[in-house]
Write a protein that binds this ligand. Structure first.
Ligand code: B12
Length: 485
């Protein structure tokens, strides 16, 4: 039995070119499935959107089953088109789909008729059962299609002991040079799953049914040791958890264990401001353990809007955390959200302006997007706000909800905010600071920023040229140009 697991390409705006980490979902699935099948992995990110050429390539090894990881909204349209192209070429192929986005859209994904079955939630054990049975019917956690009828098997219980989840089969994607952000080579570790909080814009709570589960410190460290041993190059190890700081005693234990390793590697994680602000001594341990960046959802400076998200953090906690992290020479990758429900056009402009005032080292601004599995999505569907959905528009820069600024205005506000951050005197001066991690991170941010500007310029030029080439009569049939094409 030959199984090919595929990480589809996603955003058309070029994200994959400047930050790509290895697809840990399919690597983890492979580590389990290889007991029952010959497994291969394909990472299609950053390789354009030509589904016909991709299908041709993927079928070269005559797989019996192909599994697609539809992990974010921007993967959806490409994945469904790819499934069609695969099925047309090889009718007896079994096509499976899973992932964060797919889990919440079984009917829509199966309705097209090219995908045979969809695995909701964690995929390790359901996938192994499918391979063993050579059938997807009757397996918990699976939705499948038969003659136009969609069958929904009961939910599969969450994996109780995460230490039983095997480490990702990194060896199956041997060329890891592409997994980097700017100058940093990155390797990820999933040390926990889920998040106990309830932010209106996030889907993780529903994906993991409100539970947060963690691997043991020993188990986490065995993955750290594997990476240190097998990838000796200078690198960042990032914890891909949604909320690494949920148990700060565990964070301290991991940091102590890292310190014992005396490694040169850097560490990144994603954590909330409240957890860090309340535990300064753990932040000190993070400094000792060589953490060089923390991704933190700052969202908005507007207290009313922040409260409405249900996130439960405060602007004061954010400020305190920035001070604590900077004191340890740990950079902050701050993510900000514009267009939150209840935000007026004036609020949007003010929130965008305030981003430059936060002393953050990497800035990521997104537009509030109603992703499936989130409260925003449920509310938007209930209100009939989304109309005909084009998943390519769910790129986190396109306003989709009523009350948000129109695309062109939102783009202008966002671009101005980025310029105000990265060209500010404070930011540029800090590039020469003595705090090594901070200036390294800021230089990387600046490089990524210029790469992004270059992509925007290329996109604009492409749009202009294609408009010129398109006669007015067939303007409606014109394909949107893509920066990655
Ligand atoms: C690390 C990460 C990234 C990394 C790399 C992701 C990657 N695939 O390599 C980076 C930083 C590049 C990234 C980028 C983006 N990400 Co991201 N990312 C994550 C994060 C934090 C961890 C992913 C991970 O490795 N998990 C660990 C593995 C083991 O779990 P998994 O991938 O979910 O796989 C399991 C199941 O889903 C399932 N499964 C998955 N695929 C398949 C396939 C089959 C066949 C089967 C049977 C099962 C199955 O089984 C697996 C094992 O249990 C997740 C949140 C999360 N905790 O998962 C967000 C998340 C997936 N990302 C998200 C988003 C929005 C994005 C971006 C669009 C952000 C942006 N604004 O640009 C981009 C998209 C990039 C693109 N190419 O399109 C959202 C997606 C929500 C949605 N519905 O759209 C998530 C859920 C975070 C969130 N709550 O908002 N991301």
């Amino acid at each position: 039995m030959r199984l090919l697991l595929v990480m589809p390409t996603g955003l058309r705006v070029g994200y994959d070119e400047y930050f790509s980490s290895s697809p840990m979902g399919i690597e983890t699935l492979a580590a389990h499935a290889c007991e029952y099948a010959d497994v291969e992995l394909a990472d299609m990110r950053g390789k354009g959107h030509d589904v016909e050429a991709h299908a041709e390539k993927l079928l070269a090894g005559r797989p019996d089953i192909i599994g697609l990881s539809v992990n974010s909204a921007p993967h959806t349209k490409y994945s469904l088109a790819l499934a069609g192209a695969l099925k047309r070429r090889q009718g007896d192929l079994m096509i499976l789909v899973g992932g964060q986005q797919a889990t919440f859209l079984p009917e829509e994904i199966l309705a097209g008729g090219d995908v045979d079955a969809l695995i909701r939630g964690e995929g390790e054990y359901a996938l192994c059962e499918i391979i063993r049975n050579r059938d997807y019917r009757g397996i918990a956690g699976v939705s499948w299609r038969d003659n136009g009828t969609i069958h929904t098997e009961p939910d599969r219980p969450l994996i109780d002991d995460l230490d039983t989840v095997r480490p990702p089969a990194r060896d199956l994607l041997a060329d890891r040079s592409q997994y980097r952000m700017g100058a940093y080579r990155v390797e990820g570790i999933e040390s926990s799953r889920g998040c106990p909080h309830r932010c209106s814009f996030c889907s993780i709570r529903n994906f993991h049914r409100g539970k947060w589960r963690a691997k043991s410190v020993d188990r986490v460290m065995s993955e750290v040791d594997y990476i240190l041993e097998h990838y000796p190059e200078q690198k960042v190890i990032y914890f891909a958890d949604d909320s690494f700081g949920t148990d700060m005693r565990r964070v301290e234990a991991i940091c102590r264990a890292i310190v014992e390793r005396k490694t040169e590697a850097y560490f990144w994680c994603q954590a909330r401001a409240d957890a860090l602000a309340k535990n300064p001594h753990v932040v000190e341990w993070m400094g000792k353990a060589h953490f060089s960046a923390v991704l933190m959802g700052i969202e908005t400076s507007n207290r009313r809007l922040l409260e409405k998200t249900g996130k439960g953090t405060t602007p004061e906690q954010v400020e305190r955390t920035i001070e604590l992290l900077h004191a340890q020479d740990i950079g902050i990758w701050g993510t900000f959200t514009l267009g939150l429900p209840g935000e007026t056009p004036q609020d949007t402009v003010e929130c965008a302006k305030s981003i430059a005032k936060a002393d953050v080292d990497v800035v990521q601004i997104t537009v509030a997007t109603p992703i499936p599995g989130s409260d925003l999505y449920d509310d938007a569907i209930a209100a009939g706000d989304l109309g005909d959905i084009d998943w390519d528009d769910f790129d986190f820069t396109t306003p989709l909800m009523p009350g948000q600024l129109p695309k062109e205005e939102m783009d202008a506000v966002m671009h101005k905010a980025y310029l105000q951050v990265y060209l500010s005197r404070r930011f540029l001066r800090s590039l020469f600071s003595k705090r090594t991690n901070l200036y390294r991170l800021r230089r990387t941010a600046l490089r990524v920023f210029f790469a992004w500007i270059w992509l925007l310029i290329k996109e604009r030029i492409g749009n202009l040229l294609s408009r010129r080439r398109t006669k007015p009569s067939d303007a409606n049939d014109a394909e949107p140009t893509s920066a990655t094409a």
